[in-house]
Design a protein around this ligand. Structure first.
Ligand code: WTA
Length: 694
């Protein structure tokens, strides 16, 4: 049962509170019509402490009685009780939740907190692959589909939990035979094929720490990450399929390894069959090694705090941060959130469209669903191949029940048109989710109507690479949803909106999103750089974890995320450090200086705009713009390609020489008023930049 209220107004300086009780009164839904609320992502541009909120969304959708009746968390009263208990006694709560996981030896202490360093379930021993595979293969689930995979060309594979146990064990033995030991780092650079989760699980089986590098990253980015982690082995493929073409991977690995002396072995899956170079002694075909490997490999017990994986993410400096996650706490939180947030049941078919190269793929394609014994749908390619209905075909064919994707994808679906999903039977769906960036209410409503048939609850899940698992989210049987809001904290999570000094802001006001208490899935450090971990996350607002996001909390306690407040751009749900893109630009011989800022983009959330000053003697010409875009793609990968390059004689700077990005952001998004320029050193620079725009 849904209840709608009048559509959002904009701009509104102060957010009006919503009235959740209206839902209970059971009014009829308002006529279906799109809203024109501002994309929430743009709200935080230029933000410091007083972030202005422009979103005033008043609709509310209560869980249907039939959904709630069967849900794991079936009412708001139950949600409140769980949250109260979790906040009052977090150790008792998380200790109880940890029983969802199989421990080889029980922990001694739930939490050992020496700020900002946490140890969860200390003293406990477990194995992650045993949790995701063996414990299911030992039951009737042996013949249940664990992974239903579809390649972009249309090929299919289904692996049962029994198959997965065999394949993971064999590949774990392969890793051992190559000398990979507990604690070693293994770099994984693969397309979305079943060997990818198999490789992850095989690493965890022997206690090796994996570092997945998204297949869209360039050889340079791959090399930096291999070197930072000092990986001894790389697992890759000849290539993968995307948009009907081959994405070559092995040649990138060859180029990366030429400058990565720690790598001793490369294992290559034959996916596309294209001709590649195989270096004798170093490179091995996956199928050759696996053929001779034993399917028995006892899982290695590891400490709860054993490093499970490193995942690189963008920060505010040029150097990517290797976010370190450990085993026990991460598994407890991913397992529990998968169960409660997606209300996962035995018969569900779970389709998360994220690439395993990102944290969403780690937590909700691989670990969370498999730990729960679910059936996971995995798709290799692009959503538009061979036509824009690919996801809808997959949902119809495999009777997908839970669909989890990104707002940027939803906006693309809207653009391609509702006629595509309407051609397919989506009636198997019972729950929809979003992640990666704020969702604008218009896209939320479209998703609900066109994909969810006004019937499926939507869970808008806020979390980060650093948090490991979902943190702010509706629980679908309990929490009434408001389009554009991640709603309430997951039980046991304590977020707050504060000023730069750490003081709470009043309900409805914008501020900085912090997390007050440690949580099991939290990052433990930055690989090789604990100082940076302290500085980046725990020092900006003393004693508290700072997320880097702006947010507001309304008077019902609902969180509205407004996007990044630091120099990080969120393009299509992926965080890119502006510094990294700037460094790439400046590494080009003709570029003297560069500043990269976001501009709101209907499809991608944010687009990348680069302001570039050339070395003297070089002329700005359109060909150079293309060359610089290509240069960034080579240095970082296609995901970072600037959408727009603007040449400028100079960049606006403060007297102390700091580039005034706020002004550049305003110019990039075509805003008229550009605010306070009192600290600007040379006003004529701005005038010139605006001329360039004309
Ligand atoms: C943004 C992805 C609004 C946010 C799991 C966060 C969101 C960053 C949401 C983390 C959401 C993620 N609503 N914003 N539901 N989910 N974000 O590390 O800015 O790739 O800090 O992790 O994405 O991105 P990351």
């Amino acid at each position: 049962m849904a209840t709608s209220k009048p559509k959002a107004k904009r701009p509104a300086v102060k957010a009006k509170a919503t009235k959740p009780k209206a839902a209970a009164r059971g009014r009829k839904p308002a006529p279906k019509r799109p809203t024109k609320a501002a994309p929430a992502a743009s709200a935080a541009s230029g933000a410091t402490t007083d972030i202005e909120s422009v979103l005033n969304e008043r609709r509310i959708f209560a869980p249907s009685a039939s959904f709630a009746a069967k849900a794991h968390v079936p009412s708001i009263a139950k949600h409140k009780a769980l949250s109260k208990r979790a906040v009052e006694n977090p150790e008792a709560f998380w200790g109880e939740m940890a029983k969802n996981v199989d421990w080889i030896k029980p922990w001694k202490k739930v939490l050992d907190w020496k700020p900002p360093f946490a140890r969860w379930f200390d003293g406990g021993l477990l194995n992650l692959s045993a949790n995701c595979v063996d414990r299911h293969a030992a039951t009737w689930r042996k013949n249940k589909a664990a992974i239903v995979w579809e390649g972009e060309p249309g090929d299919e594979r289904v692996l049962t939990y029994g198959d997965l146990l065999r394949e993971v064990s064999r590949f774990a033995n392969v890793l051992k035979s190559l000398g990979v030991e507990k604690g070693d780092r293994v770099a994984i650079y693969m397309p979305m094929i079943p060997e990818l989760p198999i490789a992850l699980l095989a690493c965890t089986r022997i206690g090796a720490t994996h570092s997945v590098i998204f297949g869209g990253f360039s050889a340079e980015a791959l090399r930096d990450r291999i070197n930072d982690a000092q990986a001894t082995a790389v697992i890759t493929a000849d290539g993968g399929w995307r948009r009907g073409a081959e994405v070559a991977l092995k040649p990138q690995v060859d180029a990366a390894i030429s400058g990565a002396p720690s790598v001793r072995h490369v294992v290559v899956v034959k996916r596309t069959g294209t001709a590649i170079h195989m270096e004798p002694g170093r490179d091995h075909w996956w199928h050759d090694l696996v053929e001779g490997a034993s399917p028995n490999c006892p899982p290695e017990p590891v400490e709860s705090e054993h490093p499970l994986f490193i995942l690189y993410t963008s920060g505010t400096t040029g150097k990517p941060k290797g976010v370190v996650h450990t085993t026990g706490g991460y598994l407890v939180q991913t397992t529990l959130t998968t169960k409660w947030v997606f209300d996962l049941k035995e018969k569900d078919v779970f389709f998360c469209t994220a690439d395993v190269g990102w944290v969403t793929g780690h937590s909700y394609v691989v670990y969370g669903p498999l730990a729960n014994g679910a059936t996971v749908v995995m798709y290799e390619g692009a959503p538009k191949h061979a036509d824009p209905a690919r996801f809808w075909k997959i949902i119809e064919k495999h009777r997908v029940t839970i669909f989890y994707t990104a707002p940027t994808a939803i906006r693309a679906f809207m653009k391609w048109g509702a006629e595509w999903p309407r051609k397919y039977d989506l009636s198997s769906l019972r729950l929809l989710g979003t992640v990666g960036e704020p969702i604008n209410p218009e896209a939320w409503m479209w998703y609900r109507r066109e994909i969810g048939a006004d019937r499926c609850p939507i869970v808008d899940t806020w979390w980060q690479t650093e948090t490991g698992a979902i943190m702010i989210t509706p629980l679908p049987g309990a929490v009434p949803t408001k389009p554009g809001s991640g709603t309430l904290p997951f039980p046991g999570i304590v977020p707050e909106v504060v000023t730069r000094d750490g003081d709470p802001v009043p309900a409805g006001s914008g501020g900085l999103l912090v997390i007050r208490k440690p949580w099991p899935g939290m990052l433990r450090t930055i690989h090789g750089d604990p100082e940076r971990y302290k500085q980046q996350y725990w020092s900006q607002i003393p004693g508290t974890y700072f997320t880097g996001d702006g947010a507001r909390c309304d008077k019902d306690g609902y969180f509205w995320i407004m996007g990044r407040v630091d120099d990080v751009i969120n393009v299509a749900g992926h965080r890119l450090g502006t510094m990294e893109i700037e460094s790439a630009l400046v590494s080009h011989t003709r570029v003297a200086e560069a500043a990269v800022v976001p501009r709101p983009d209907d499809l991608k959330g944010q687009a990348v705009v680069a302001f570039v000053t050339l070395e003297s003697g070089y002329h700005a010409d359109p060909a150079l713009k293309d060359e610089l875009k290509r240069h960034v793609v080579k240095e970082i990968g296609a995901i970072a390609r600037p959408d727009e390059i603007r040449f400028s004689d100079a960049l606006p700077k403060t007297r102390s020489g700091k580039i005034m990005r706020r002004l550049l952001r305003d110019i990039a998004s075509g805003k008229q008023s550009i605010g306070d320029t009192t600290t600007l050193e040379d006003l004529s620079v701005l005038a010139k930049l605006r001329e360039e725009e004309e």
